[in-house]
Design a protein around this ligand. Structure first.
Ligand code: NAP
Ligand code: MG
Length: 481
């Protein structure tokens, strides 16, 4: 497939070069070869983009357009994504390295449904009337937050753009979006679709570039009212500090180290499937990956032997082959980081059950990896590896488990495998995480909220909850005297 995408910056509905004239290379992680290059935005381009977004927010047709019409535009975006889904799935796979099976069946349908969902929600956003003391009529208005800066990562490039843009546009905000440096292509393709769908000029501006330049300029720009960030906890902390200069509102969706818990009374084969889905989906480059696999002691050996058999049959390789189950890691940096964690795990006493090495001579492929003999104190159990490496940790009983499951700085998600419904619901309450999956894993729906406890961040994306991120409430008092 030829990559003939704009490769430019989108400002005020026009594709332009960066002011510096610089461009940067985009790599196919499966071949290590250059796919294309893209204009490199920095502070000057962010300033132009924010100006366009501010103008569109204050005076353009966007401001006066009815919410229903905004919804129609979002629905057109969904239809256009659907129309071009095969081409966009391929583009995502080429740029990110994830298997085409997943881009076709997860990234694209979930992105489409996100625009559909917010298209439907746009005209259902409203305030309340509130009975107050005295002779007054009091009501609230739910107004858009304003100009929003959105910064997204490389693991689900299109889907993260959809999660950010859907609710922001439904509420009437305008946006400057910075995609990750590794994966700008589908965000730019989405830009073309936004234009085709009839989005007015300046409502969405897309500036590819690097974090410390374009990203930081967006976070510190005085005309940006709110920052929505998804990425590492480390950069999330920087973003929050930078945003404090103008007291911008911030929402953060950060890393995770999720417990995926298997009880002896579970359907073991289903749990083996769930453990695989939990860690190998998207090559483990998933913030809610089930990277700590807690196994009740008496099934520990049986479970690992079944898991090993299944893992060794996984098809790893060419991401464009529909049979492929695991593709390439996004970059050489990520590839090396993952293998570095495996070495660190071994040094601290973990044993490699299977995997632990590159899967091919060329491309950033890592074999699906199981580590056993891990305890919750080891680096591999504490830090986010963001790769296809699962750490098996045995547990004795309920209290031992809950303590360990919650003994992490993160709190994004958790999985629970048991046939005991009471136990499942009790644990669902006890685990400090934003999403709990019972006898399933990595399930998503545009209607259901997603976000973190603790250092996994704050704010909830998706569903009606995301409206909180992009609106502010105004209280209006009217004297009836
Ligand atoms: P990252 O550096 O946190 O990147 C996320 C986004 O923030 C990117 O668009 C990035 O730009 C931007 N950024 C970086 N520094 C910034 C700054 N000073 N100000 C504003 N924006 C900034 O994450 P990464 O480099 O892609 O991956 C590093 C680690 O983050 C991974 O190994 C993984 O553990 C974690 N991660 C978590 C998630 C998640 O969903 N929770 C997603 C991706 C990665 P650049 O593209 O130029 O870096
Ligand atoms: Mg980075």
């Amino acid at each position: 497939m030829q990559v003939v995408k704009p490769g430019k910056i989108l400002i005020n509905n026009e594709w332009c070069e960066s002011q510096s004239g610089k461009r940067f290379d985009v790599i196919n992680p499966a071949t290590e070869l250059k796919l294309t290059d893209v204009a490199e935005g920095d502070a000057a381009d962010i300033a132009r983009a924010v100006k366009a977004a501010r103008q569109a927010f204050e005076s353009g047709p966007w401001k006066t357009m009815s919410a229903r019409e905004r919804g129609r535009i979002l629905n057109r975006v969904a239809l256009l994504l659907d129309k071009h889904k095969e081409e966009i799935a391929e583009l995502e796979t080429l740029n990110n390295g994830k298997p085409i099976h997943e881009t076709r069946n997860a990234d694209l349908p979930l992105s489409i449904e996100t625009f559909e969902y917010y298209g439907g929600l746009a005209d259902k956003i409203h305030g309340d009337t509130i009975p107050v003391n005295g002779n007054f009529f009091n009501y609230t208005l739910r107004e858009p937050a304003g100009v929003v800066g959105q910064i997204i990562p490389w693991n689900f490039p299109l889907l993260m753009a959809a999660w950010k843009l859907g609710p922001a546009l439904a509420t009437g905000c305008t946006v400057v979006l910075k995609p990750a440096e590794q994966t700008p292509l589908t965000a730019l393709r989405l830009g073309e679709i936004l234009l085709e769908a009839g989005l007015p000029a300046g409502v969405v501006n897309i500036v590819p570039g690097f974090g410390p330049t374009a990203g930081a300029a967006l976070v510190t720009h005085p005309e940006v009212d709110k920052i929505a960030f998804t990425g590492s906890t480390e950069v999330g902390k920087t973003v929050m500090q930078l945003a404090s200069s103008h007291l911008k509102r911030v929402s953060l969706e950060l890393g995770g180290k999720a417990p995926n818990i298997v009880f002896a009374d579970s359907d073991i084969d289903a749990a083996v499937n769930g453990a695989m889905r939990g860690i190998f989906f998207n090559q483990g480059e998933v913030c809610c990956a089930g990277s700590r696999l807690f196994l009740e002691e008496r099934i520990h050996d049986e479970f690992l032997s079944k898991l090993k058999t299944r893992v060794e049959k996984m098809v790893v390789g060419n991401p464009l082959d529909p049979q492929t189950q695991m593709g390439a890691q996004v970059s050489e940096e990520q590839f090396r980081k993952i293998l570095g964690y495996v070495e660190k795990g071994k040094k601290e006493g973990a044993k490699v059950v299977t995997g632990g090495s590159p899967a091919q001579a060329t491309g950033y492929f890592v074999k699906p990896t199981i580590l056993e003999g891990v305890n919750n104190e080891m680096t591999v159990a504490r830090e986010e590896i963001f790769g296809p490496v699962v750490c098996a940790i045995p547990f004795k009983n309920h209290d031992h488990l809950v303590h360990q499951a919650n003994d992490t700085v993160y709190g994004l998600s958790a999985g629970i495998w048991t046939r005991d419904i009471g136990k499942a619901h009790r644990l669902a309450k006890e685990i400090k995480a934003g999403t709990i999956w019972v006898n399933c894993y990595n399930c998503f729906d545009a209607a259901s909220p997603f976000g973190g406890f603790k250092q996994s961040g704050f704010g909830r994306e998706l569903g009606k909850y995301a409206l909180e991120l992009y609106t502010q409430v105004k209280s209006v008092w009217v004297s009836l005297d």
